[in-house]
Design a protein around this ligand. Structure first.
Ligand code: CP
Length: 334
């Protein structure tokens, strides 16, 4: 039904007539200046650990609707916290308890919520194209943000990953970054590739067993490795990925112990990377499958920082898409 996936979008269709970000469905086509401005804005929302989180009323009077048809802990919680910390009203639609279960179409659900003055829809869906479909049907003053689209796109994850790398490594140009694991089924890998390319990272590596590598025509500017030790050699950043069983045929799912033996990131294997290499993982992690617990919790891990940065990035994106929201004069009211 939703034939146009995020990969068919370009920067222009996500910007309004004034060139401001209106929707964020994909990072594909977003330029370095737009991305850097979002990262700078996100940084302004970071606070020292024990301090109170960034708070404002920037989104007072705005309503944000979270519509997740796939499970989520980090993305959903951080979008909700981000919206509340900016003073917005938040609706979390419980899909299993919604009228979608009685056959209501996506568009009828959206139109219904629009009639309750929704300003921003945050959408996670397993079907490609839902975000783009909704964005092309909402009213002019409404924004759509992807919270994860099938295996294709997870733009705010890409932004929070880039922010985390920038905090530790400052410049992107000299860096070697390895994306490791189930690349084939990963929206995190695709958005990571798009943002790191836009930020002109020095070397981007895709490291995966042949069955979990993406097709040859995808991510053409990355180097491909089918041995973990080779792919990790001398890198500054490792981005580990979960095996996404939910997108695989039962017969294609590797045996967990075999996978860890060949592809698990262990302390020993981490030694192939630079000594100050950071280890990232978008979560949820499968410990002792793609990553050893002592690496996940070790001194090179920045996994919890990624989570913290997720709230800041989503605050920045919410502010960006609502900044030009018109305030109606009394005479314009119905
Ligand atoms: N990284 C990520 O998208 O995590 P959740 O599925 O928990 O939102």
């Amino acid at each position: 039904m939703h034939k146009q996936s995020s990969t068919a979008l370009n920067q222009l269709s996500q910007l309004d007539r004034q060139g401001h970000l209106k929707h964020l469905i994909t990072l594909e086509g977003l330029d370095k200046a737009t991305i850097t401005a979002l990262l700078d804005r996100a940084r302004s929302h970071l606070r020292p650990k024990a301090a109170r989180p960034s708070h404002s009323q920037a989104l007072a009077g705005i309503t944000v609707g979270n519509i997740f048809t796939e499970p989520s802990t980090r993305t959903r919680a951080s979008f909700e916290l981000a919206a509340r910390r900016l003073g917005a009203d938040v609706l979390n639609l419980e899909i299993m308890l919604s009228s979608r279960m009685k056959g209501e179409t996506v568009l009828d659900t959206i139109r219904t919520l629009e009639a309750m003055a929704m300003n921003v829809f945050v959408i996670r869906d397993a079907e490609p194209g839902v975000g783009q479909f909704v964005a092309s049907h909402v009213e002019d003053h409404v924004s759509v943000l992807s919270a994860g689209e099938a295996h294709l796109s997870h733009p705010t994850q890409g932004l929070l990953d880039a922010l985390t790398i920038r905090q530790h490594k400052q410049a992107f140009e000299p860096l070697k970054v390895a994306i490791v694991g189930d690349i084939r089924h990963s929206r995190v890998a695709r958005s990571g590739y798009q943002i790191l390319k836009a930020l002109e990272v020095g070397e981007l590596r895709l490291v995966a067993p042949p069955g979990l590598m993406c097709d040859a025509n995808e991510m053409p500017d990355a180097e491909r490795f089918d041995r973990l030790e080779d792919g990790l050699s001398g890198v500054d950043v490792i981005m580990m990925l979960r095996i996404q069983k939910e997108r695989m045929a039962l017969t294609d799912i590797p045996k967990e112990s075999d996978y860890f033996a060949q592809w698990g990131l262990t302390h020993q294997r981490l030694k192939a990377a630079k000594s100050d290499c950071i280890v990232m993982h978008p979560g949820p992690m499968n410990r002792e499958i793609e990553i050893a617990s002592d690496v996940a919790d070790g001194p090179q891990s920045v996994i919890r920082e990624q989570v913290t940065n997720g709230v800041a990035v989503r605050m920045a994106v919410l502010e960006a898409v609502t900044q030009s929201r018109p305030v109606l004069e009394l005479a314009q009211l119905p």
